[in-house]
Design a protein. Structure first.
Length: 231
């Protein structure tokens, strides 16, 4: 009689990639930390080596609170010149390392920390890997007064946008802005798309990460962690 190893659950996959990301943390330096349920697994793992790092720069209030609760010093991004590595999740990632991010509404701070970092390591489960970005609603952080104008511009591209709500009112980000979520897009050229939408008046940050794409993706699969690297 042969025995088979049961497939990992999604939560177990998140735990595995969170722990695997520790291999990319540079001892004695500051690590960039993203936002989300998978990143929370990384933060928990990071606490086990907190005495080996200088501290962290965080992309959200929620992650900052979790880091500090575990005894990990958190620095403001203005206090550091560069960051050795940024560890964060993704809502979608393609086979070139381009991502859609912002499901947790922290995309602006995530892009700022990513831009400061020498290396971006994405941690995600296998369901996030796609051939073309766009199935996941694209988050766009916007100045509130421009929301309707931006929704109309996306309509011209075939997308349908709506202001994200929480408890029946427009969600307010950590930066005091709103999020427009856009469905119906197929983003075949992420870099050009990011450049175009970033120019629209009222857009703070578009959730396409092509200029700040991943260098490595640790992908949680039912059979374990798969490592993808990108040029």
């Amino acid at each position: 009689m042969t025995s088979t190893t049961p497939a990992l659950t999604q939560d177990q996959m998140k735990t595995q990639v969170g722990e695997a990301a520790l291999a990319y943390v540079v001892k004695g330096q500051i690590v960039g930390v993203g936002t989300g349920s998978t990143v929370n697994k990384f933060i928990d793992a990071l606490a086990t080596i907190k005495d080996e790092i200088k501290g962290a720069v965080s992309s959200s209030v929620a992650s900052t609170e979790r880091l500090r609760a575990l005894g990990i010093p958190v620095f403001d991004s203005n206090e550091v010149e560069d960051i050795s590595v940024y560890i964060d999740g993704a809502d979608e990632i393609d086979h070139r390392g381009h991502m859609i991010k912002g499901g947790g509404a922290a995309l602006t701070r995530e892009k700022i920390v990513a831009a400061q970092s020498k290396r971006f390591v994405c941690i995600a489960d296998a369901s996030k890997l796609v051939d073309t970005l766009g199935a996941f609603p694209l988050p766009v952080e916007v100045i509130p007064m421009a929301a309707r104008s931006i929704i109309r511009q996306f309509a011209q591209l075939g997308g349908e946008g709506q202001v994200r709500e929480k408890d029946g009112v427009a969600l307010v980000t950590d930066n005091g802005q709103h999020i427009v979520d856009v469905t119906g897009l197929k983003i075949s050229d992420p870099r050009a798309f990011e450049a175009e939408v970033s120019q629209w008046p009222g857009v703070v940050t578009v959730g396409v990460f092509a200029c700040q794409k991943a260098n490595v993706c640790l992908l949680g699969t039912p059979s374990g962690v798969q490592t993808l690297t990108f040029d």
